[in-house]
Design a protein around this ligand. Structure first.
Ligand SMILES: Nc1nc2c(ncn2[C@@H]2O[C@H](COP(=O)(O)OP(=O)(O)OP(=O)(O)O)[C@@H](O)[C@H]2O)c(=O)[nH]1
Ligand SMILES: [Mg+2]
Length: 226
């Protein structure tokens, strides 16, 4: 089979499973977010800061994808919430079937917020729907302000851009306003939050965004019969 039709078939099959996942998430009131960035932009560190901000009883779970090692799952599991590593063994993105398989022994009834940390890669993960409510792209200030123009797909598809490592701005020639302008040239409506996971600046803005999305995703209480 030619490469293009085969690729289309894989993406169609992925889309079908993703839609099933999306329906299950909606049925159980689960907000699912798909976190995407280049390797090392700070996805796991942002999740560490996020999980440590939650009270122990919060119904939060994390799936984290990497080509090799369970390093990120080890870092994240110390906060006491369910965390599972998906090791792809070479594949440069997560796909919907991997998510379906990883969720098989978790009860969605027990989860309000599911965060998926994708494999570090700014290109391939953008093509694979995982059934998420929103994609979030993380760009760190060491990566160059032109990245939204060079890798437009993920910026176009993301609801939120997190500009991380702002503590390094005094040391790198990164024009943060230009990075934001470039992101908005690709996706006019993209929301932007600046963070530093090191000095914690901006984390309250990120947590407020998350809390708004969680409130919007919450299942409406069953209306009383009358
Ligand atoms: N200075 C600074 N360093 C940060 C910040 N956030 C993360 N780091 C550092 O950046 C490095 C990579 O962070 P990770 O959180 O592992 O990045 P990641 O995106 O999860 O990486 P992959 O999972 O490999 O794609 C680590 O050394 C972090 O300590 C930040 O806001 N400021
Ligand atoms: Mg990571």
């Amino acid at each position: 089979m030619e490469r293009v039709p085969l690729e289309r078939k894989v993406l169609n099959e992925n889309g079908r499973i993703a839609e099933e996942l999306r329906a299950r998430f909606a049925e159980h009131g689960v907000l699912c977010l798909n976190l995407i960035s280049s390797p090392g932009s700070g996805k796991t560190t942002l999740l560490e800061r996020t999980l440590e901000s939650f009270a122990p009883g919060e119904c939060v779970a994390v799936l984290t994808g990497d080509i090799q090692t369970d390093n990120d799952a080890q870092r994240l599991s110390r906060f006491g919430f369910p965390v599972k590593q998906i090791t792809t063994g070479g594949t440069c993105h997560l796909d919907a079937r991997m998510i379906e398989k990883a969720l098989a022994d978790w009860r969605l009834e027990d989860i309000d917020l599911l965060i998926i940390e994708n494999v570090g890669n700014l290109v391939c993960p953008s093509s694979y729907d995982l059934g998420e409510a929103a994609k979030i792209v993380v760009l760190s200030v060491t990566e160059g302000e032109e990245k939204p123009l060079k890798y437009p797909s993920i910026f176009f598809k993301s609801e939120l851009m997190i500009l991380n490592k702002t503590d390094l701005l005094p040391y790198v020639p990164f024009q943060i306003a230009l990075a934001e302008e470039n992101a908005r040239r690709v996706h006019a409506g993209i929301e932007i939050v600046r963070t530093s996971c090191l000095n914690r600046e901006g984390l309250t803005d990120w947590l407020a965004w998350l809390s708004r999305k969680r409130a919007a995703a919450r299942k409406p209480a069953a209306s009383a019969a009358f």
